[in-house]
Design a protein around this ligand. Sequence first.
Ligand SMILES: NC(=O)c1ccc[n+]([C@@H]2O[C@H](COP(=O)([O-])OP(=O)(O)OC[C@H]3O[C@@H](n4cnc5c(N)ncnc54)[C@H](O)[C@@H]3O)[C@@H](O)[C@H]2O)c1
Ligand SMILES: [Zn+2]
Ligand SMILES: [Zn+2]
Length: 383
Amino acid sequence: MKALVYEGPMTVSVEDVPDARIERPTDVLVKITTTNICGSDLHMYEGRTDMETGRVLGHENMGEVIAVGEAVDRVKVGDMVCMPFNIACGFCENCDKGLTAFCLTANPDPGMAGAAYGFADMGPYNGGQAELLRVPWGDVNCLILPPEARERQTDYVMLSDIFPTGWHATELAHLRPGETVVIFGAGPVGLMAALSATLKSASKIFVVDRHPDRLALAEQIGAIPIDDSKASPIEQIMEQTDGLGADRGCECVGYQAHDPQGHEHPNMTLNNLVKSVRFTGSIGVVGVFVPRDPQSPDPLYKEGEVAFDYGLFWFKGQSIGNGQCNVKAYNRELMHLIQTGKAKPSWIVSHELPLDQAPDGYEHFDRRDDGWTKVVLHPDGAR
Ligand SMILES: NC(=O)c1ccc[n+]([C@@H]2O[C@H](COP(=O)([O-])OP(=O)(O)OC[C@H]3O[C@@H](n4cnc5c(N)ncnc54)[C@H](O)[C@@H]3O)[C@@H](O)[C@H]2O)c1
Ligand SMILES: [Zn+2]
Ligand SMILES: [Zn+2]
């Protein structure tokens, strides 16, 4: 089969690799019809993770079931399915509690919890930027989609990661109707947090970034764009919240946060959130941070530490929640919002490409080139 392989920093290529296949009786085999490039792939693409060369990338996957193992009861050949980026067993203590991002079975490293397709440090599983994907514990990990999903793939594929992850950011921040929220990052995840905040009836949604094309997408759904290259984002938010700060905050950037000039500061969004969220407000962090980043320009962060403004955070009585999203905790309900037309997450999609053009998609999306807001790949060639 053809698949997008990580070759080393800033290099990916489409190669012929052995076909994915059923390996265990609980597996499902999916012919991938739609698979996205994610901001998480870019940390790997840029060589800022432990990703091994030769692995297939891709954790935002949907497609058609073409084979099921003998122990699969629920999922049938022909079903259109969308897979959470997390691989979960469904029966461990964490899965039992709905914490499928921290599954205790799927990651063979005893020091780690949680697994994912084509992801550094999250198990040996290949990704779905490929013609075929092996889905372990298929009954647990396949969300069966309604028939119309075939025609609306750019909406339904967002259930694999970024729509639930944006929702998770607002859950971690305890956002309630009528409250104000500030979201740092207008990438796909930040935009999905903004969409989630509109669905939760937030009264004001501020989205901070410096890319006009991304801020325009935030504005399209009624959020207030805050351009941090023009003026301090903290002052802009204070001005629009009677000097109090937003009720809630979401971090949707991660450890490669940088200033508008491009210099990385891994603590930048965290400290901006502490300053722009009100006393007793809460903050949800879904942007990725890693335990070690030897190539960080920040000496502290080489060992995963950030100079966090803990004094002010404590003084303001704020709280924080963070981590990978438990996609399965939300994907079914969010699917119903898509089905009934209440949510249309495809509004951020800028490019639909065949798999062969994935390397080009990586290059543009990595540079955050103007107009490259979300890249969707179709390994089956159909558009
Ligand atoms: N927790 C999870 O389960 C989960 C799931 C998916 C993605 N992620 C992570 O979410 C993060 C965002 O991913 P993405 O797909 O949206 O792509 P992305 O990386 O393109 O988006 C990040 C955006 O943040 C902006 N930005 C950078 N520094 C900033 C700053 N100081 N202030 C404000 N904005 C700033 C960039 O201009 C960019 O538009 C990544 O770290 C990704 O790994 C986490
Ligand atoms: Zn993703
Ligand atoms: Zn589990």
